[in-house]
Design a protein around this ligand. Structure first.
Ligand code: NAD
Length: 362
């Protein structure tokens, strides 16, 4: 039976990238019944919102979506569609595998790690008090009564909530992912030595949950030391589970270890719904030029195949992508040794090369 999946083309370069990914996914032989729904700046005027209700309803109903990048409108009063989707759909886990493919220009070889980032709380919970407002003054006043160390009156405040519930949920997700994918080690990355009641709680929960997975080695890492370890010996890392802020920063760092945003896939996963999307944004300056690299989008499709239980198709798709990149002929400009190499092909022709590879390997 065909898998019913919401397809959100997005805006900027999103439509050309999702089209490439859709064609490659279909070439695996897996059946899809695409429910195409729109979101982003291109529909904002007509729909009166960058995230129409029917798009959200479709993802809720189908429970799986492949999404192109979406520009965050600035100065319109609308919040980011990406943030709204994560919130509305309860997508608490952000999964970002970073793997080296031979032929991608990068400083490292044999990196194969997975970032599991908590998506809902921490300093990104959006609980903030602006300097000079009555609310900030009230919060500062209350806190200054509770503690010896006084917060200056001219401070802005951002709150870092870390709950046991959200920590348990994301850490269990990381261990389950590791078990299911035959991974050997899960690193908990925090600054628990300084922030004892937030990062410390995250680490405490990590220790409790790790005890239930004796076949997986638990590592406790400090975020600063992890940054150094990642640039010195990235091959030693396997699955990393992190609170929201560290996860955001380190997932860009690890994308850089394997060749950059053009090749970094991702997924946002909740209890019932999963949305698959590249790590990069809408790269609007390249819109409509059939130029940018769809690898991240196509590999997000590979993650989606895994999620749908289509393991064989996922493996074949990844192998076809790896073959085309290794050969290095029919790849986009950013994967060539020189960015103005005239032999670079467009988004769509690169997808054609992967499709031919998939067909040849049947
Ligand atoms: P971006 O990722 O869109 O682009 C930064 C640069 O990276 C581009 O100029 C380009 O040189 C390169 N790049 C990105 N994707 C590429 C690809 N597939 N192939 C080749 N090169 C690629 O980041 P930005 O310019 O900061 O953001 C543009 C818009 O996208 C913003 O509105 C931002 O909010 C939004 N955004 C959306 C998402 C999402 O939809 N999940 C994620 C990040 C940013």
């Amino acid at each position: 039976m065909a898998h019913r999946v919401t397809l959100i083309p997005g805006d900027g370069t999103g439509p050309e990238l999702t089209e490439a990914a859709r064609r490659v996914l279909e070439a695996t032989g897996v059946g899809f019944d695409w429910d195409v729904r729109h979101a982003g700046v291109d529909v904002m005027e007509e729909a009166g919102t960058p995230l129409p209700d029917e798009t959200l309803a479709s993802v809720k109903e189908n429970k799986v979506a492949l999404k192109g990048p979406i520009t965050t409108p600035i100065g319109t009063g609308f919040r980011s569609v990406n943030v709204a989707l994560r919130y509305e759909l309860g997508l608490y886990a952000c999964l970002r595998p970073c793997k080296s493919y031979e032929g991608v220009r990068s400083r490292y070889e044999n990196v194969d790690l997975v970032i599991v980032r908590e998506n809902t709380e921490d300093l990104y919970a959006g609980i903030e008090y602006e300097v000079g407002t009555p609310e900030a003054a009230r919060v500062i006043g209350e806190l200054n009564q509770l503690q010896k160390r006084q917060i200056p009156a001219d401070s802005g405040i951002s709150i870092k909530p870390i709950s046991r519930t959200a920590s348990e949920r994301i850490i269990r997700f990381a261990f389950e992912y590791a078990r299911e994918h035959g991974r050997k080690r899960v690193s908990c990355v925090t600054k628990a030595n300084i922030m004892k009641f937030t990062d410390g709680l995250f680490l405490e929960v990590f220790r409790e949950i790790a005890a239930g997975y004796p076949e997986i080695e638990p590592w406790e890492n400090l975020v600063d030391a992890t940054c150094m370890g990642l640039v010195q010996r990235p091959q030693e890392f396997d699955v990393l589970v992190l609170p929201n802020l560290y996860g955001d920063i380190l997932s860009d760092l690890t994308a850089g270890l394997v060749g950059g945003l053009g090749v970094a896939p991702g997924a946002n996963i909740g209890a019932d719904v999963a949305v698959f999307e590249a790590t990069h944004g809408s790269a609007p300056k390249y819109k409509g030029q059939n130029k940018v690299n769809p690898t991240a989008m196509i590999l997000s499709g590979k993650l989606m195949l895994d999620h749908l239980g289509e393991r064989d198709a996922a493996r074949r798709l990844e192998a076809a992508v790896a073959d085309v990149i290794r050969e290095g002929d029919r790849v986009t400009y950013d994967m060539k040794a020189s960015r103005d190499d005239p032999t670079a092909v467009g988004t769509s022709e690169y997808a054609d090369a992967i499709i031919e590879q998939l067909e040849a390997s049947k």
